[in-house]
Design a protein around this ligand. Sequence first.
Ligand code: AMP
Length: 475
Amino acid sequence: MTQFTELGLAEPVLKAIAAEGYTKPTPIQEQAIPTLLTGRDLVGIAQTGTGKTAAFVLPLLSRLAANPGRPVSKMARILILAPTRELAAQIAESVRVYGSQMKLTTTIVVGGVKPGGQVRALARGVDVLVATPGRLLDHMETGAVKLSGTEAVVLDEADQMMDMGFLPAIRKVMKAIPTRRQTLLFSATMPKEIRALANDFLNDPAEVAVATVSKPAERIDQAVYMVKGDAKPRLLAELLSADDMDRAIVFTRTKHGADKVVRYLANEGLYAEAIHGNKSQNQRIRALDNFKKGKAPILVATDIAARGIDVDGVSHVVNMDMPNLPESYVHRIGRTARAGKSGIALSFVGNDERGYLRDIEKLIGRKIDRIELAEDMALDLSLPEEPGPHTKQSRGGGGGRGRSQGGGHRQGGQSQNRNRSGGGGGGKGSRSKPGGSRDGGDRSAARSESAGGGSRQGGGQKRRSKPNKSWSPVS
Ligand code: AMP
């Protein structure tokens, strides 16, 4: 097994990663770092969680260490482009950590904040500039930054930048950087537009690939609940109360939905914070910080906002709503099981989301285990399917508001433990068996269980007669 010391990294970089507690390079680091240290261009096919940030930051910092010098005013020696503010902030944080033993200036240039501070920081010149393409272009147009002195550029999560419409901006940025540069492109997928971008802007790149997007990390234990839309919040609260739920990210389809979940959980005595596009940059930073530090053990996020979230120790990802793009599922669950750890990904599939589940299973190439629910929560699979929830819908009632806090919570956790261990054999009266049984089997099991009455577990909580205030499935 290769050690970091064998890769040719500069001394201060090695010191910093030792201080971080990294002992061995990840596969992408092992493959990419030696090549990048030669100055060669590189295409990396890797998703987050593989250690790809360090794979490009470490050799680029080594390059700076080997050739120190004050950055020139308005110039950036190294430019890293990322699709979202969160990812940009995360990368900048990594640069600071890995560059902690060097004299280094790092600046972030992203939208959503006033440009003045960024302009001032750029005026001094920076070693490493981490930016989202749109705001960078703004600064280029006003002359606040010049890329004529940039020595290396990284396009991170290129497929996501493309999905967000950044390709024209990226092309403009690339044209402003001298061709005598090192260029790196990282992407989880390699659609032909990204391939074309690489052909246009990279020079004879080396290519490294680790686990493609269609193969979610094997360490993630995945399961789905076929659940009535109005039972989702109740199920969520029960699962989130489980003992092994250290740190969870809950995904909702919409910003409004994310806020609603936070309020619902608060009612249930569970503290969560939301992160989405309607929050200011400062609110997002605070929420993420609270989540990282464990002050908020639950983070409720929308897809875009969650892009750059790189928090170690996320034990669970819960998909309160299924994403309509199957690739998003893979990105979402990749928030757990990072840095060699295992993780659990649980998905709630309502009647209008069954098609999404089929698409996801097609993409990942296997059927995801079902966890059975008692009848008051279980989706009746004999119902005709509804179309995907692009439009707002409302199925109020039954959400469990006013349910006494704590009741039945622990039970939800048992289901997960069972799920995690992959064991079959449900406890009495519970849905259990994450055994991938077919839909029909699930249904009959749920029905027979429901006859069991009171002590159902994990979502089998007895339904209150008092209806919930109009909880509509997150839409
Ligand atoms: P990334 O794929 O860049 O988003 O990184 C995923 C996580 O792995 C981050 O939390 C890094 O801090 C961590 N990480 C990166 N490289 C290593 C390594 N060689 N050993 C242990 N953890 C690492």
